[in-house]
Write a protein that binds this ligand. Structure first.
Ligand code: GLY
Ligand code: MN
Ligand code: MN
Length: 357
């Protein structure tokens, strides 16, 4: 099915052959979950080229593909492709220029007598709309994130370090059945929460601290990506107003989500709320991104992204304000686009939580 759709796109663009080197695209199309392979796709044939380390795995995972076990010391990838294409009339090979080292490109140029051309991001376009099994994995990844957070929050205490809290959260994500973390947890406190993608450190929590937690789980390779920002103790009036501004921006963007709307438009709606507030100088860039096998994938919710949302796309909505010396607030949820709007995958409460200190 996925391969058939890819071939339809290739035919529309007059591609005779496509070489895929991006591991997640390879996984999406073939099922291969190892780390070293390439896919060669023509109108009639599909080869997964790997080596002895992964041959057995590929045979088990990639039904319908011809598995080529290349002896890497005897044959370059280009020579292997040349031998596979030699019986065909293929005269041009399209490549993923964004996922190819200069070294490999030079080798392919040397070894192949056919024309090499850049391919558009066809697998990424296909990956944007999730099928029912992908949605099931994404739902489960979101449930794990929700449960891990609900378990962690009551344990946060004055004196605990960011690193300790992040470690607890990560252990719980695994204990709940994740195969991996979605990404290394971002857990920042106090004024450090203003670092949009900072690393948890040795800072100890203090009364009245912001605590920003951005984390997720992976289930069969599919990721959740959620952020909550809480206050340890009583929030000041300024913290409440700051938080409420971000929440209002998120709600405004969510209210506009439906098929046909672009990421550009949603970003504009959230930015309008943030820039009309007293915190216009502290607005984060962009509103969100597609999420799936990759943490950041198509479509993007930011200025200039005119891809229209379609049912089955899964995206994040994550407005933020980041004020150096004061702190940052981000509220991030994962949603799936439905026929008439969206469904929330992440369900953790969004109102400002003030934890007992
Ligand atoms: N956790 C990275 C992001 O929210 O995009
Ligand atoms: Mn995130
Ligand atoms: Mn995100």
């Amino acid at each position: 099915m996925r391969l058939r759709k890819l071939r339809q796109m290739m035919a529309q663009l007059n591609y005779q052959a496509l070489l895929l080197t991006e591991p997640l695209n390879i996984r999406y199309l073939s099922g291969f979950s190892g780390s070293s392979a390439s896919l060669l796709i023509t109108a009639q044939q599909q080869f997964l080229i790997t080596d002895y380390r992964y041959t057995e795995q590929a045979q088990a995972e990639c039904a319908g593909f011809d598995i080529i076990c290349r002896d890497r010391s005897a044959q370059s990838l280009g020579q292997c492709i040349a031998s596979l294409l030699q019986p065909t009339a293929v005269s041009r090979l399209h490549l993923e220029y964004g996922h190819l080292s200069v070294e490999l490109f030079m080798q392919l140029q040397h070894d192949l007598a056919i024309t090499l051309s850049p391919a558009t991001n066809l697998p990424e376009q296909l990956r944007a709309c999730k099928d029912p099994h992908e949605l099931k994995c994404l739902r489960q990844a979101a449930i794990i994130a929700d449960e891990a957070l609900a378990w962690l929050l009551p344990q946060l205490q004055i004196g605990m370090t960011e690193r300790q809290a992040a470690d607890l959260l990560q252990q719980k994500i695994y204990a709940l059945g994740a195969d991996e973390l979605a990404f290394p947890t971002i857990l920042l406190s106090g004024e450090r929460s203003a670092l949009p993608h900072g690393k948890p450190g040795q800072r100890c929590f203090e009364p009245g601290d912001w605590i920003l937690l951005d984390f997720g789980a992976r289930v069969e390779g599919y990721r959740s990506d959620m952020t909550r920002t809480v206050v340890l103790g009583q929030a000041s009036a300024e913290q409440q107003q700051f938080y409420h501004t971000v929440l209002t921006a998120q709600q405004a963007a969510l209210a506009a989500v439906k098929p046909g709307v672009s990421g550009h438009r949603l970003d504009q709606i959230a930015q309008a709320v943030l820039t009309a507030s007293p915190y216009a100088a502290y607005v984060g860039e962009g509103l969100g991104h597609g999420v799936g096998l990759a943490l950041h994938e198509y479509p993007l919710m930011r200025r200039g992204c005119d891809v229209r949302l379609q049912p089955g796309m899964v995206i994040t909505i994550e407005p933020g304000l980041y004020k150096p010396g004061f702190g940052g607030v981000r509220i991030e949820d994962d949603i799936v686009i439905t026929q008439d709007g969206y469904e929330l995958l992440t369900q953790s409460p969004r109102q400002l939580q003030q934890l007992p200190a």
